[in-house]
Design a protein around this ligand. Structure first.
Ligand SMILES: *Cc1c(COP(=O)(O)O)cnc(C)c1O
Length: 428
């Protein structure tokens, strides 16, 4: 779709929709017909199957009471492991390397507690300066718990342009003082995909443990964590995975580490056959299940089951292919139709370095987002000047993208954004 011969007619959008193998999945979701939802990278929409899985869970509670743990179609006691197996294809891992548990930030605490062993000269943690704040706060508190000053022991690789972090700069920071590396798979603002395979190899060449935060890649692009040999990873399931606000998250631990005692233990870390022995000596599970802590949050776990059934049918490769087409189409429209309005495309444009969203920069971004929302196009504002637009493969169409860009053009032509203050809301 080069810009030279680019067809920017609505008819072309409709033609792309006709050729879309995943088009029918839109019917699986509760999509509001009068709005264009482009924020699936922040909170995915509810699918009918996720809804059904939640009502099934409530039904089993209603009918079985405590026996729901072991009886019924989906015994609760094994659901986290079962969903780990269903998540495994999304991260390119074996079933026993993955568990559905916790939340992103708690899982990061769990994994750093398990894998950060400062020793001798190797005492520092390496991250980057564009990472999501919660991850940085978790790393800082883990350092403090070990008695280290985060100002000195948390090394954050600098970005040269405020958007991307160069892999070579990360590699150059892998000094002999680094004990652990924690990086995002995809940058939450610019959508840059980091080369996880290369970074893993370089870290391991230097004897450094490395893990990834997959919040902005899980459900959007494929991973091969086992093949790359990444030590650990964690993610939330409420963004592209559509499992609902605050839904239970995920952990991957490479099989070479399975059997390693969890840094933060609880009775759900147990080998399942021993858990009810009620011993005071923990026998950890020999799977990623060992990195669970307490009783799973069943009501926040159930929707994930319905959601993952959809991913199994759609396939992550096809999802990635359509997502790349959608974002390329959006970028082409921006370049063609919004050329003279002061927008800058801030995400990497190459396929292999671009995540699931388009990141438009504009000095008036905050109030352009408000005007988009008034026009029922749902974007995502990110401080200081970013508009994230996420056409999601499972429920957005090429027509959605076309309509959204025409609405944005009209907002700019009519200067509709000027009726709003250029300031973010409390939640943005
Ligand atoms: C969404 C997101 C989080 C959120 O963490 P929670 O514990 O689920 O609130 C953390 N890190 C990154 C990179 C994110 O994108």
């Amino acid at each position: 779709m080069g810009t030279q011969s680019f067809d920017h007619s609505k008819a072309y959008a409709l033609k792309l929709d006709q050729q879309d193998e995943l088009a029918s999945f839109k019917n699986e979701f509760h999509v509001k017909e009068d709005s264009i939802y482009l924020i699936g990278n922040s909170l995915g929409l509810l699918s009918k199957r996720a809804e059904g899985a939640l009502t099934d869970l409530l039904e089993s509670w209603k009918e079985l009471g405590i026996d729901g743990w072991t009886e019924g179609d989906t015994p609760w006691f094994y659901l986290s492991e079962q969903l780990g197996g269903m998540l495994a294809p999304l991260v390119g891992a074996k079933a026993e390397e993955v568990i559905a548990t916790g939340s992103t930030t708690v899982n990061l605490h769990q994994l750093v507690s398990t894998f950060y062993h400062p020793e001798g000269k190797k005492t520092k943690i390496l991250a980057d300066e564009l990472t999501f704040p919660s991850d940085i706060f978790a790393l800082q508190s883990q350092l403090k718990l070990k008695g280290y000053d985060p100002d000195e022991h948390l090394v954050q690789v600098k970005s040269r342009d405020g958007r991307i972090v160069d892999e070579q700069d990360i590699i150059d920071s892998m000094s002999e003082e680094i004990a652990l590396i924690m990086l995002p798979s995809v940058m939450y603002r610019s959508g840059q995909v980091l080369d996880m395979e290369r970074l893993t190899e370089e870290a391991h060449n230097r004897g450094i443990t490395i893990g990834f935060d997959l919040c902005h890649s899980i459900g959007a692009l494929p991973h091969s964590l086992s093949e790359w040999g990444a030590d650990f990873a964690f993610w939330c399931n409420y963004k592209y995975v559509n499992a609902g606000p605050g839904s239970v998250a995920g952990i991957y631990v490479n099989e070479k580490h399975l059997g390693k005692a969890p840094g933060l233990a609880g009775w759900f870390s147990s080998d399942k056959s021993k858990q009810f022995d009620m011993d005071h000596q923990l026998t950890p599970a020999d799977t990623a299940g060992a990195y669970q802590i307490g009783t799973p949050h069943m009501l926040s776990l159930a929707p994930l089951k319905g959601s993952l059934e959809i991913f199994a049918e759609a396939g992550i490769e096809r999802i990635r292919k359509k997502s790349l087409q959608l974002t390329q189409y959006m970028m082409d429209l921006v370049e063609h139709d919004l050329k003279d309005y002061g927008f800058n495309i801030g995400n990497p444009i190459e396929d292999h370095r671009r995540g699931g969203h388009v990141y438009l920069e504009h000095p008036e971004a905050a109030r352009i987002c408000k005007a988009l929302k008034m026009n029922k196009v749902i974007p995502d504002f990110r401080n200081p000047n970013g508009i994230r637009l996420t056409p999601t493969a499972l429920y957005n169409s090429f027509e959605d993208v076309w309509n959204a860009i025409q609405i944005l053009k009209k907002i700019m032509d009519d200067e509709q954004y000027k009726q709003f203050e250029n300031k973010r809301g409390v939640v943005a």
